[in-house]
Design a protein around this ligand. Structure first.
Ligand code: LLP
Length: 435
């Protein structure tokens, strides 16, 4: 029985090998070694275009998309994001530096962060970062002083928290009222922050930012977000005489990790969100501002997979079968952190229906080091190459050197050929900063 490979860029060769974008994953493992992150450039570009087109259809010239680099920030990605016409959401000096190194213009960056340091603020101002998303009052004051000192007029958005619970992993909710992010509408902190921002001579308040969470499969939380943000817009107009030129609604659309996950229709979601926003704004007599969405996961997540080699198969009769791979929580900490679920394909026997329920531990000295538990894989044997699907987002960007494991290499596939975009770390890289 042919199996559901979840993503449209994956198929199976006549030799029964898993293919991504027409490239044999077994050959990739052979050529570049494992663990190996693989990214499909064409899929990535299709994802960008789907967003851009849907935002154009919903909002005309007022629709824009910013790629959230926290999902994956590497030099090779930024020329693609730039060519496809997206802005970039950056959250640290490191992400700004990476984007600049990838030729991405500072003015198309939107700088987030709950605790931007004075050094980061100065760096971002010097590099001409287009928009700061100001999270709190301390930042507002630090940024304004730095802008005054440098004689810069800096555009900002004020990050507000709407109190929406999108039913996702507790750790990835950011829009709840008690979150560390942004200023709460309900508590009055949002109004206060906007009022203070409007007084700052060197800051130009362009509007508001809100992000409600991540891996959200339903459209309802986004519609609630629209309703709440429009009432805040109306409130700010009435109270402070301020009308936004930009509304940034953050990211959060889910992708498929397993067969059970529903497919999210980006176009339909944006259409629904657009209709709701236009409707709400016009009923309040407010003009449509520029509307920005900030997806990360749904741009890169399903464009990536990770290849591992099985090193040990440990069958514990009556308990479980451990299929131990040469990576794990160091390159993908999402099971350890969130209990996240994945689909795993035995890449050399890809067409076979998965028959063995296994736990897939990584190589670290830690019992929680797993790619997953109770995952069905076909006949896993030592030496087999396993492909873990949907790993383009929040894998490499969250990787570590725990147990002094070097981080894997990454290849990008385009027109049927791979190119190395991240080198495998060496032992010397591991001790490079040790004195
Ligand atoms: N904008 C802001 C302000 C955000 O905080 C985030 C994600 C995004 C955009 C992009 O959201 P996305 O479209 O990727 O859902 N490490 C977690 C995800 C944390 C997301 C944090 N913020 C995970 O591995 O599931």
């Amino acid at each position: 029985m042919a199996r559901d490979l979840i993503h449209d860029n994956l198929n199976i060769s006549s030799e029964n090998h898993l293919m991504m974008a027409g490239v044999d994953t077994l050959s990739l493992a052979k050529e570049y070694g494992t663990p190996l992150y693989v990214l499909d450039e064409d899929k990535l570009r299709r994802n960008c275009r789907e967003y851009i087109q849907a935002m154009k259809a919903a909002f005309g010239d007022k629709g824009a998309v910013a790629y959230a680099g926290k999902a994956l920030s590497i030099k090779a990605l930024y020329p693609i994001i730039n060519e496809e016409g997206l802005y970039a959401d950056v959250v640290s000096q490191g992400e700004i530096y990476t984007a600049l190194a990838g030729g991405f213009p500072g003015e198309k960056m939107i700088f987030h962060g709950v605790n931007k340091t004075p050094d980061e603020i100065a760096f971002a101002l010097d590099k001409g970062v287009g928009i700061f998303v100001v999270d709190n009052e301390e930042e507002l004051c630090l940024l304004d002083s730095a802008a005054v000192a440098k004689g810069i007029q800096q555009k900002i958005l004020v990050r507000i928290t709407l109190g929406i619970d999108p039913h996702t992993f507790e750790e990835v909710k950011t829009g709840k009222i008690d979150s560390q992010f942004g200023a709460g509408v309900e508590t009055g902190m949002a109004k206060e922050l906007v009022a203070k921002a409007l007084e700052k001579q060197n800051l130009q308040v362009m509007g508001f930012h809100s992000h409600i969470g991540s891996q959200i499969a339903e459209v309802k939380p986004f519609l609630d977000q629209v309703d709440k943000i429009v009432s805040f817009v109306k409130y700010m107009k009435d109270e402070l005489g301020f009308t936004p030129e930009i509304l940034n609604l953050g990211g959060g659309f889910a992708i498929r990790y397993t067969e059970e996950d529903p497919a999210v229709d980006v176009e339909a979601n944006i259409k629904a969100l657009g209709e709701r926003l236009l409707d709400q704004l016009s009923s309040q007599g407010i003009q449509l501002p520029q509307v920005i969405l900030e997806p990360g996961r749904s741009i890169v997540g399903d464009a990536g997979l990770t290849l591992y080699t099985v090193g040990r198969v440990k069958v514990i009769p009556g308990y479980r079968t451990h299929v131990i791979v040469d990576g794990g929580m160091t390159d993908n900490p999402r099971f350890a952190l969130y209990g996240a679920k994945y689909t795993v394909v035995n890449a050399g026997k890809a067409a076979e229906a998965p028959d063995t329920v296994c736990t897939i531990p990584g190589r670290c000295c830690e019992s929680g080091d797993r790619i997953g538990e109770d995952i069905k894989v076909f006949d896993p044997q030592v030496g087999d190459i396993l492909a873990v699907l949907s790993t383009g987002a929040y894998n490499y960007s969250m990787a570590s050197n725990y147990n002094r494991v070097p981080r894997p290499a990454m290849v990008m596939l385009k027109n049927g050929s791979p190119r190395l975009v991240v080198k495998r770390e060496t032992l010397d890289d591991l001790i490079a900063n040790d004195l």
